[in-house]
Design a protein around this ligand. Structure first.
Ligand code: GCO
Ligand code: MG
Length: 411
């Protein structure tokens, strides 16, 4: 019988080694040297998450037995009475992942072993390709294919507009002139036309040798998104992401009647009630949740299990505003869940890799585990302190994008 252990301290580490605001939670225990790390990275509201951890979860956790992951999750989840929001879910996630890290270290095995062991040798990744025109995008994709990638997300500029995933730039359109020049401007129709031209070119150029993905990033009216999904059907995408905002999610029922383009959705979901109805009606194909935005490994492993019964595969959110600890948690689920689909990659900068020894290795289009106990990753606090959050008038808020008439567009 393992000796009872106590949580002795909980702290939040804020660091931005490569300019991205990362939030890490460290849970210390009564066993000398035994601690856990968790990702609580909500990069647009990091200070709010730190307060939730330092002022609320810390006093709640001190003295508790870190082995009781599920009970701690459920009791902390309701300790705010109101729940299921981005700030509190991230705070919960930091603690939850750290407790799984501790349990893996105590059991002297990687967390993926605690989740049922490997279903595959390594985790297939999708890389991010982009360019000012389809030719540049195709060149960028070819480079990834040479490195062994089978899956690549393709985003293209729309000359004169700010598009998601690949550079903005001043508006040069003769027709669509923004009323106030100093705004990031996006217009749905030029974007939709550019994306259709892009995939038409890519399939001609690259044939079927590569799985292609695209992120709409919720920016266009639902009916235009449905038309885009139908137009792209003949180009056989691996998935089309975030065609609708969470607010318009019921449109999935309409889209599903009209096209079989595979749909990935849910990086913006925080509340289980947002996606369970969509899962049970098989209205999308890939779940894209940001682990810390839904509360960590405990809720994500249940969500993955639920999705398995409805033919939905995982494609956990994995850009730069998921910390290396968050990527290590993604990796543990990706290795152990049967219904793994694909993992979004982020190539961490040198500084970030130095701050986080044990950063998951990326090689030949795959993410590889180091088979170390727990989440297999550490944090050099001294080095982390050398990378304070960069100055920003809004502390990292998402900068609004507007239509030419000035109307704000959801992200
Ligand atoms: C993705 C996402 C991200 C988000 C970012 C928000 O598919 O990777 O859309 O790029 O925009 O994480 O902070
Ligand atoms: Mg996305």
């Amino acid at each position: 019988m393992l000796p009872a252990l106590k949580i002795t301290d909980v702290k939040t580490i804020l660091t931005a080694p490569n300019g991205i605001r990362l939030v890490i939670v460290k849970v210390m225990t009564s066993e000398p040297g035994l601690y856990g790390l968790g990702c609580a990275t909500f990069t647009q509201r990091p200070l709010a998450v730190a307060t939730a951890v330092d002022e609320y979860l810390k006093p709640f956790l001190i003295g508790k037995d870190p082995d009781q992951i599920e009970d701690i999750y459920q009791s902390a989840f309701v300790s705010s009475y109101w729940r299921n929001g981005p700030v509190l879910n991230n705070a919960l996630s930091g603690v939850d992942m750290a407790l799984w890290d501790i349990k893996g270290k105590r059991a002297n095995m990687p967390v993926y072993q605690l989740l049922g062991g490997k279903c595959r040798h390594a985790v297939a990744l999708y890389a991010h390709a982009g360019g000012r025109d389809p030719q540049e995008v195709a060149d960028s994709i070819r480079k990834f294919m040479e490195q062994g990638y089978q899956y690549v997300r393709a985003q293209v500029s729309v000359p004169g507009y700010s598009v998601y995933g690949w550079g903005g730039g001043k508006v040069t359109s003769k027709v669509w002139k923004p009323i106030s020049p100093d705004q990031e401007t996006f217009e749905p129709t030029p974007y939709v036309n550019a994306v259709i031209r892009l995939f038409d070119y890519l399939r001609k150029e690259l044939e079927d040798d590569i799985e292609l993905l695209h992120d709409v990033h919720e920016r266009i009216p639902p009916i235009q998104a449905i038309n885009l999904a139908k137009e792209l059907e003949k180009y056989r995408l691996f998935f089309l992401e975030d065609v609708f905002t969470p607010e318009d999610i019921e449109y999935l029922r309409v889209l599903r009647q009209q096209t079989s383009t595979p749909i990935a959705i849910s990086e913006l979901f925080n509340n289980t009630c947002e996606y369970v109805p969509m899962i049970k009606d098989r209205l999308f194909d890939f779940i894209r949740c940001h682990l810390s935005q839904i509360g960590g490994i405990s809720p994500a492993r249940k969500l993955a299990a639920l999705c398995e019964y409805f033919g939905i595969r995982t494609a956990w959110h994995g850009p730069g505003d998921v910390s290396p600890v968050g990527h290590a948690a993604n990796l543990a689920l990706d290795l152990s869940c049967y219904n793994f689909g694909i993992q979004e990659q982020h190539v961490f900068g040198k500084e970030t890799q130095e701050v986080f020894p044990g950063c998951p290795e990326i090689r030949d289009g795959y993410m590889w585990t180091n088979d170390m106990p727990g989440l297999g990753i550490d944090l050099n606090e001294e080095l982390a302190a050398k990378f304070p959050f960069p100055e920003h008038p809004l502390n990292g808020a998402w900068s609004p994008v507007r239509k030419v008439d000035g109307t704000v567009i959801r992200p």
